[in-house]
Design a protein around this ligand. Structure first.
Ligand SMILES: N[C@@H](CCC(=O)N[C@@H](CS)C(=O)NCC(=O)O)C(=O)O
Length: 234
């Protein structure tokens, strides 16, 4: 543990893949971070003030400022970049210039394209409906799995190119981002990845890391209270 670690607090919930990504980066670096829950769909004014896009996570570094906008960073990629600078070891960003660029791209691809397909396409139609006491919209989730996911998963499968990691031959922000976002499907449904063997092996390996498995277990415990069973997408 580091002296300054207790200064960090993440506002959000481990149910968010972006919160889990930031927590995983902290855990990989043995940096202590508090998590303070916030209802992002009906946030208090203090949260609106520090999250101009009304999104979680927001990080506060209390050693910079304990309240107000000062000391806050409101985006998971920016948060992870900050944590890397503040706690450089072990590095989660490749040293090689091209591998660094690839890692940032894969992170962005996971956070945008993959997250839209997993979150808006599958997680929300199932879990948000269940939270509102409605039947899960399995038709929408199955359409996303059948029509949107194959190209995205195929790209990621190919991007591994026979390697264990996406960039730089070592664990990086790319691997953490992809696993954190893919898990959004695993929270609500069975996720057969047999057609994408490289990605399947990567997901099994990365999601077994305590930094990824721990936050996932917290999210899973929350989801299972509403949805005891996972659904079939095929
Ligand atoms: N690019 C942002 C995305 C954050 C994001 O979309 N978070 C979702 C939760 S998974 C959120 O806050 N959604 C609130 C809403 O849709 O109103 C990041 O990486 O932090």
């Amino acid at each position: 543990m580091t002296d300054t670690a207790a200064d960090l607090v993440l506002y959000g919930s481990p149910v968010s893949p972006f919160v889990r990504k930031a927590v995983a980066v902290c855990l990989e670096k043995d940096v202590t971070v508090d998590i303070e829950p916030v209802d992002v769909f009906n946030p208090p004014q203090w949260f609106r003030d520090i999250s101009p896009m009304k999104r979680i996570p927001v990080l506060r570094d209390r050693s910079i400022a304990a309240e107000g906008v000062g000391g806050t960073i409101a985006d998971s990629s920016a948060i992870c970049g900050y944590i890397e600078k503040k706690h450089p070891s072990p590095t989660l960003y490749p040293a090689d210039a091209f591998a660094y660029g690839r890692a940032l791209f894969i992170e962005e691809y996971a956070d945008t394209h993959l997250a839209a397909a997993c979150g808006l396409g599958i997680f929300r139609p199932i879990f948000f409906n269940a939270m509102q006491g409605k039947d899960p919209d399995l038709a929408k989730a199955r359409a996303a799995w059948a029509e949107d996911l194959p190209a995205i998963l195929g790209y990621l499968d190919g991007a591994l190119d026979g390697e264990d990691y996406f960039a730089g031959g070592a664990l990086s922000i790319a691997d953490i981002s992809v696993a954190a976002v893919l898990m959004q499907i695993a929270l609500v449904a069975h996720m057969p990845l047999d057609d994408f063997p490289a990605l399947q092996a990567h997901f099994a390996r990365i999601s077994a890391r305590p930094s990824i498995a721990g936050p996932f277990a917290k999210a899973d415990g929350f989801i299972r209270k509403t949805l005891p069973d996972r659904f079939d997408l095929t």
